[in-house]
Ligand binder design. Sequence first.
Ligand code: HMG
Ligand code: MG
Length: 298
Amino acid sequence: MAAAVNIVEVGPRDGLQNEKEIVSVGTKVTLIERLASAGARSVEAGAFVSPKWIPQMAATDEVMAAIRRKPGVSYPVLTPNLKGYEGARAAKADTVAVFGAASEAFSRKNINCSVAESIERFKPVFEAAKAEGVRVRGYVSCVLGCPYEGRIPVRNVVRIAKALYDLGAYEISLGDTIGVGTPRETKAILSAVAGEVPVAKLAGHYHDTYGQALANIWASLEGGVATFDSSVSGLGGCPYAKGASGNVATEDVVYSLHQSGLATGIDLDALIETSLWISEKLGRRPQSKVTLARMPKA
Ligand code: HMG
Ligand code: MG
């Protein structure tokens, strides 16, 4: 098992994309900067997607222009096609993420095309990124279940993960989009995907709808995965996966890892303060058990 774990903080993107009220550019910028100063080395800053589909991400160019970038920190953005990639490059992104799915129905609902068509849309993104030295991350949604199709055959997960890796993704993030997976299923998916993609290139992206995400992280660590996506305060969900809750809370992951002697480089106290701050801004209780336990009692 790895002695150090990479956390990809997805709160400013996955966490906020589902918010109904538009969160101001200023709040997003402060959130991103606070997460980076708490020690996160990768902070997903937004998405260059259609503003008609995801209004909350419409001002990602303004967010990218305003953040003070900390050396050593990357600020990836989602890019579903070449238009998104061009927006990301205009905003000086040096890391982008394409997002595919293991489920046909989810692919159509989320990005309006079949899985095969999505690969065709991603190809020019990979080509342009390669020519410009931009790193491309590859997401695979619905690896442990789909809101429309239910269980997804393991071979479909393996096929899309391999396709993204073969196109040049530096990392494949396996998404339990609706948070239904359990540790045993997670291990089975990982070992199947690891037959085609080196396990060191895999990341776990677990939503916490059924409270399984932290257990799935530990199952993945035992399987050799050392990179996990998480969201400050457990914010978020996907607009095309109704009822799914946010990613596992970063505070809960950091606490569990640190208490077990695994390093993340993240300052838990600073993270909890950030979680309390963004929760207050959004007018809700933090979803992190660790933050709730540490919250000053009234
Ligand atoms: P489309 O309608 O099929 O695209 O949408 P199109 O190429 O036919 O273009 C239609 C319009 O969209 C045109 O504008 C384009 O210019 C515009 P119009 O002429 O009508 O004014 N357009 C764009 N605008 C801005 N940026 C772009 C872009 N592309 C086209 N990149 C599209 C296809 C992919 C754009 C659309 O379906 C979309 O934006 N979907 C967004 C989906 C999304 O962001 N979902 C949430 C993130 S994924 C997620 O949360 C899962 C993840 O966390 C992992 C997990 O948990 O499993 C990653
Ligand atoms: Mg997600």
